[in-house]
Design a protein around this ligand. Structure first.
Ligand code: HEC
Length: 210
C-alpha cells in the first residue's frame, strides 16, 4: 500500500508506513540513486540536506549519446500514481548514465517503497535540463567522457598486425584503431576505458550512435 499517499493527505504515518518509507530510503541509498540524482551528494561524502535529496540535475554526463541530466524524482512522483511509477521504472530504457537495469532485482514491494520514500520527501527543486543530442551545446555543468588521443608512433609500432576493434574505432577515429584491444568476442576496449566502452554499447542499443 502506498504509505506516502496517506502521508500527503496529512495523516501521521503509521509504524508500518514508517518502516515502508525507511525501506525505500535504504534502497535508494544502497542503489546509489543519490550519486546522480542529488546535487552535491558525492562531493559531500554521501550526505545532503533534505531539501536537496533527489531533486535531479546532480551529476550530468556527456558522451557519444549526447548530454543527460538526472531527472528530478521528487517532482516526477508527485504527478504519478504508484501503478504509473511501477510501470515507468519497469519499462524505462533511460539514456546513460541511468542504470535502469537495477530495477530488475527489485520486487514490486521494493519499487513501491522507493515511491513512498520519494513522495514522503515532498516536492522540491526545479525540473532538470532536457536531454541534449550529440554535437549540440549543453548547459553546464557535466562530466565529459573522452577517449585519450593515440600516440603518433602507435601506427608504426603496430604496422603489419591485423587491426582490431574497428567498429569502435569508427566511432572514435581520434583514438586510432591500433590501440583498441579485443577483450571478448565482439567487444573491444582501449585499456582503461572499459566504462566508456560499455556506455557506447548502451548508446548503440538505443540507436543513438551508429
Ligand atoms: C550514474 C547516474 C545515475 C544513477 C546512479 C541513477 N540514475 Fe536515474 N537517471 C540518471 C539520468 C542521467 C537520467 C536521465 C536519463 C535520460 O535523459 O534519458 C535518469 C533518469 C531516471 C528516471 C526517469 C526515467 C525515465 O524513463 O524518464 C528515474 C525514474 C530514475 N532515474 C530513477 C533512479 C533510481 C530510483 C535510481 C537508484 C536506484 C537511479 N535513478 C540511479 C542517472 C542516474
Amino acid at each position: 500500500m502506498a504509505a506516502a499517499a496517506a502521508v500527503a493527505r496529512g495523516a501521521p504515518p503509521s509504524p508500518a508506513q514508517q518502516s515502508q518509507i525507511e525501506h525505500g530510503r535504504r534502497l535508494v541509498n544502497i542503489g546509489g540513486c543519490n550519486d546522480c540524482h542529488t546535487p552535491g551528494w558525492t562531493t559531500h561524502g554521501g550526505t545532503a540536506p533534505r531539501n536537496r535529496l533527489l531533486v535531479g540535475g546532480g551529476l550530468a554526463f556527456q558522451g557519444p549519446w549526447g548530454t543527460t541530466y538526472p531527472t528530478n524524482l521528487r517532482l516526477m512522483v508527485q504527478s504519478m500514481s504508484l501503478a504509473r511509477w511501477t510501470r515507468a521504472v519497469r519499462t524505462t530504457r533511460a539514456r546513460p548514465m541511468m542504470p535502469w537495469w537495477v530495477f530488475r532485482d527489485m520486487s514490486d514491494g521494493d519499487i513501491a517503497a522507493i515511491y513512498d520514500y520519494i513522495r514522503s520527501l515532498g516536492p522540491a527543486g526545479s525540473p532538470a535540463p532536457a536531454y541534449v543530442p550529440p554535437g549540440t551545446p549543453a548547459p553546464p555543468s557535466y562530466l565529459k567522457l573522452v577517449v585519450p588521443q593515440a600516440p603518433a608512433s602507435g601506427a608504426a609500432r603496430h604496422r603489419g598486425r591485423r587491426p582490431e576493434g574497428e567498429p569502435l574505432a569508427r566511432l572514435f577515429p581520434a583514438a586510432g584503431r591500433e590501440r583498441w584491444r579485443k577483450i571478448n568476442p565482439g567487444e573491444w576496449a582501449v585499456p582503461g576505458t572499459a566504462l566508456l566502452k560499455s556506455l557506447t554499447g548502451v548508446a548503440r542499443m538505443r540507436g543513438l550512435v551508429p
